[in-house]
Design a protein around this ligand. Structure first.
Ligand code: SAM
Length: 223
């Protein structure tokens, strides 16, 4: 197994992973808003924290709908306290691999209009799912043209003796994938240039000056 940080401590690498992912989230949401996206599906929202997806209300403005999804009931409960009283913010406790079930539930509850372009955000999620290879394609099949997909993904394992600590910090056992596999997750979608990139990266918005981490990411549009 390859160490994530050339001997660097797991806590420090995991912190950088979160930092670059947070910056990516801000860029991806900005890109989506710029394309007129006004409803977002935040897959694997995680526990609320500084700059976490629960802050998306600040990025998107109040008129935009955001549905945060996580299968961990405790995560959802914590998030509920953070977004309580905020309009157009929804929480759904569900496994994101149940794509049709999730979309149907959100539609039936009036949270999502699946005929309208949607921003699908999967930051720090796909490397936690063993069979995630076709997940973005399955969401794309349920959503209309001009929907936008943003995902980040770990590319390297932590050392065996660090993997427990890494799992705790990153949110579960990690399934790192190589660039080609990550690129294939966007099959059928038009990747925004320059395609799959190492984070941090600039997509129009200047990237914060933070050190790199073993994370690749892409933003893609359904055409
Ligand atoms: C690293 S954490 C939070 C990432 C968050 N998007 C962020 O940017 O801070 C990943 C979250 O994904 C959730 N998760 C993992 N697999 C999932 C699945 N199959 N369905 C729903 N949630 C999942 C975990 O419970 C965890 O809260």
């Amino acid at each position: 197994m390859v160490a994530a940080g050339n001997g660097e401590g797991v806590v420090s690498v995991a912190r950088r992973v979160v930092q670059v992912e947070r910056a990516f989230l801000t860029q991806a949401v900005g890109f989506m808003l710029g394309r007129g996206i006004r409803q977002f599906l935040d897959l694997g929202c995680g526990k609320p924290g500084v700059g976490s997806p629960h802050d998306m209300g600040r990025l998107t403005g109040p008129a935009v709908r955001v549905i945060h999804v996580d299968y961990d009931a405790e995560v959802i409960e914590r998030a509920r306290r953070v977004i309580a009283g905020t309009e157009h913010r929804y929480l759904v406790c569900r496994n994101v691999t149940d794509v049709s079930g999730l979309i149907e539930t959100c539609q039936a509850a009036g949270m999502l209009d699946a005929r309208r372009p949607t921003g699908v955000v999967a930051v720090g999620l796909l490397h936690l799912i063993p069979d995630a290879n076709e997940l973005l394609s399955r969401y794309s099949a349920e959503l209309p043209r001009d929907s936008v997909f943003a995902a980040s993904h770990l590319t390297r394992c932590f050392k065996d003796d660090d993997s427990g600590a890494a799992a705790k910090l990153i949110g579960g056992p990690v399934y790192p994938r190589q660039r080609q596999e990550i690129a294939e997750m966007f099959d059928g979608l038009a990747l925004v240039k320059p395609g799959i990139v190492a984070l941090p990266h600039e997509w129009g918005t200047p990237a914060k000056s933070i050190a790199g981490a073993p994370v690749l990411a892409g933003i893609a549009v359904k055409q």
